[in-house]
Write a protein that binds this ligand. Structure first.
Ligand code: ZN
Length: 431
């Protein structure tokens, strides 16, 4: 009998791994990592965070069952396997949830009385969105009108980060860079991800007829191996490597993700310019039922929920958004669809499930100011960077990147200034 055991074990292992339902390039979740969160949350707080923030519209129905003393969480769907989270009986018996980051209140309370710099002791990561440079066209963050200056989000966000860093340093913060050049963080490249791309297409029921595509207008582009491996590279692999860097090496108290927004611009060589210009800030939340059916997404959502990022992420985002909005003068963006949900008190703050704010284990302020293909922002990109103010797009203004950077610095400073005493990071459950 004994000699059959290894074979039986192998079959079990294979059937288990076959049952995993994973999103692109996601590792198989290690659910034992969540054991550290046993009895660190009350049932009320868990239900509130799940139903109001992370899985609104009953998105976790059938995936997470809430009982009086515990939650049963599906680790796999077929066959159905379960991990059990035990709630703390009451607030008094809460065990502390493990986390490497400190709240702004804790950082402020820990500051020496003689220390005058408001961000002394803060570890702030700067994450300039996208890659830019030679990758900007591939990642579809590039457009250009005739012979004018191209608009490339990944280069603009890096320039903003370069302007922010010395200012936050002067205020006492330790700056941690997610990237400091127009180069990928991931060692993978589209060529190394071809087999993964083939597997992703197979999951969608697509057998690629062609390996490569002929430019952005190719109607079969989306079903080519080239396109799929490029998306895996700049979206999945790049963000996953940034997350590993942040969670395992940098371990910041706060991460600032810098982006510029855009509306559909069509052909990048004859882009549509729009009159709209707006601003919003994202916190992690609003997972859909479809997203939560992936085992890794359920796992990562719970890690984020139990890690208690929400309260700190929301408060920091509200504070930064209010300060930035008053300085850059843009109205709040309103999501038309169901992939985002307005959360908290500010019209500028939306909960949305992005790979970056999902995988980053400490609080993230995810900034989306300025519509790159608005007439005004396009004119400001053409004017380039300059000190002081100049007449651009009909008004005296700072350069676009300086206005953005200065507004972020003012926002973080305001967030630090709002700290008075240490407050516990317990979600406020409305009665
Ligand atoms: Zn972006």
């Amino acid at each position: 009998m004994k000699r059959f055991l290894p074979a039986l074990f192998l079959i079990l292992l294979l059937s288990t791994s076959n049952a995993q339902r994973l999103s692109a390039l996601a590792p198989v979740p290690d659910w034992t990592a969540l054991e550290a969160f046993q009895e660190t949350i009350t049932r009320d707080e868990f239900v509130y965070l799940l139903e109001e923030v992370y899985a609104p519209r009953q998105a976790a129905r059938g995936l997470i069952d809430i009982e009086p003393e515990r939650a049963l969480i599906r680790t796999t769907l077929e066959p159905a396997q379960t991990w059990v989270l035990r709630f703390a009986k009451d607030r008094a018996s809460l065990r502390p949830a493990p986390r490497f980051w400190r709240t702004a209140a804790e950082l402020t309370a820990a500051r020496a009385p003689a220390e005058k710099r408001p961000l002394a002791g803060w570890r702030i990561a700067l994450d300039p969105g996208h890659i830019g440079g030679e990758w900007a066209r591939m990642e579809e963050r590039w457009f250009k009108i005739g012979d004018t200056v191209p608009v490339t989000e990944g280069d603009m966000t890096l320039r903003v980060a370069e302007l922010i860093a010395p200012q936050l340093s002067d205020l006492g913060a330790e700056i941690l860079w997610v990237r400091q050049s127009a180069a990928p963080v991931t060692p993978e490249r589209p060529e190394t991800l071809k087999e993964a791309a083939r597997a992703e297409l197979a999951l969608l029921g697509i057998t690629p007829k062609r390996e490569t595509y002929d430019g952005p207008d190719d109607p079969e582009r989306g079903s080519t191996l080239q396109f799929e491996s490029e998306v895996l590279f700049y979206r999945a692999s790049e963000i996953r490597h940034r997350a590993t860097l942040l969670n395992e090496r940098l371990r910041p108290d706060l991460t600032i993700c810098l982006h510029f927004n855009a509306e559909a611009w069509g052909d990048p060589h004859t882009p549509t310019l729009v009159p709209n210009n707006h601003f919003h800030v994202l916190v992690n939340g609003c997972y859909s039922e479809g997203e939560l059916r992936n085992d890794d997404v359920r796992f990562e959502m719970l890690n984020k929920l139990l890690g208690r990022c929400y309260n700190e992420e929301l408060a920091a985002s509200e504070n930064v958004a209010a300060t930035m909005a008053s300085l850059i003068g843009l109205p709040p963006y309103e999501y038309p669809g169901k992939n985002a949900l307005q959360t908290g008190e500010s019209a500028y703050i939306w909960a949305r499930n992005l790979l970056a704010n999902r995988l980053y284990h400490s609080p993230v302020v995810f900034l989306e100011p300025y519509v790159m293909n608005s007439q005004e922002v396009w004119e400001r990109v053409q004017a380039g960077d300059f000190p002081g103010e100049q007449m651009v797009a009909g008004a005296m203004r700072k350069s676009l990147v300086r206005e953005y950077a200065d507004a972020v610095v003012a926002g973080v400073r305001s967030w630090a200034g709002a700290q008075k005493k240490e407050t516990p990071i317990q979600a406020t459950v409305p009665k």
